[in-house]
Design a protein around this ligand. Structure first.
Ligand code: SAM
Length: 225
């Protein structure tokens, strides 16, 4: 494992998959017609949010959906670039059997790279940031692609208010060791770390797959000093 210090800043290039399985007509409709009704930042929240939370890489969206349901007065921005994942969350919000789906007031989708989005957030404007099972990029030469990165830590610290929380989870041993190392080298956050999903953290699809495959997730909670 190379020390996090001295590695180059991560470029804003997306390396993971954006397109997957061919979309069905319903999914095409969701992207073309329903998504524009809850796209961030074009569509503001339908209420004045008590707090703003951001999830990076929501995957199938079950975690963002659960957060939005459990926290109706909080504005949640959920970011994902993988089309099939975006469609999964849209299908949850607009089930096939609902003729006239209505977007939730407190959930908005950002369907592009979350890194410039985070950089564009005003200082201390976020109360929570979620990074659940990020792509691990296990090869050392790909380390700069990892979201947990000294650059992003500084950016997240700037965007989070004092007392705000950044939740991170990973099941990948290389990413776990990397995260421990990056967190040990920073002073923006106090960190707690556990092998059991903390109370109030919704499960994710990727986490379920990891546990079935016998991998042990680690959960970090970072509090902005
Ligand atoms: C391993 S998946 C985990 C998905 C989900 N959080 C879960 O736990 O089931 C990581 C996701 O992050 C997304 N992602 C990676 N880089 C991103 C970026 N810069 N902005 C937004 N999403 C990103 C990927 O498309 C992928 O769906």
């Amino acid at each position: 494992m190379s020390a996090p210090e001295g590695i180059k800043p991560p470029p804003d290039r997306l390396y993971g998959r954006i397109k997957g399985k061919k979309l069905r007509p319903r999914q095409e409709w969701l992207l073309a017609e329903f998504l524009p009704r809850l796209s961030w930042p074009e569509v503001p929240f339908g209420l004045t949010p008590r707090e703003i939370w951001l999830e990076v890489g929501f995957g199938g969206g079950e975690h963002a959906y659960a957060l939005a349901e459990a926290n109706p007065d909080t504005g949640i921005i959920a970011a994902e670039v993988f089309e099939n994942g975006i469609c999964s969350l849209l299908s949850r919000l607009a089930p096939d059997d609902v003729a006239e789906p209505v977007p939730p007031l407190n959930l908005r989708l950002f369907t592009d790279d979350a890194r410039p989005l985070l950089r564009g957030m005003a200082d201390a404007s976020l109360s929570k940031l979620f990074l659940m099972f990020p792509d691990p990029w296990p090869k050392a030469r790909h380390a700069k692609r990892r979201f947990v990165h000294p650059e992003h830590l500084a950016e997240a610290a700037r965007a989070l208010r004092p007392g705000g929380e950044w939740r991170i989870a990973s099941d990948d041993p290389t990413y776990q060791a990397w995260t421990d190392e990056v967190l040990a080298a920073q002073t923006h956050f106090t960190v707690t770390r556990t092998e059991t999903r903390p109370e109030g953290w919704p499960p994710t699809r990727y986490e379920a797959k990891a546990i079935v495959a016998g991998r042990q997730p680690i959960y970090w909670s970072l509090t902005r000093r």
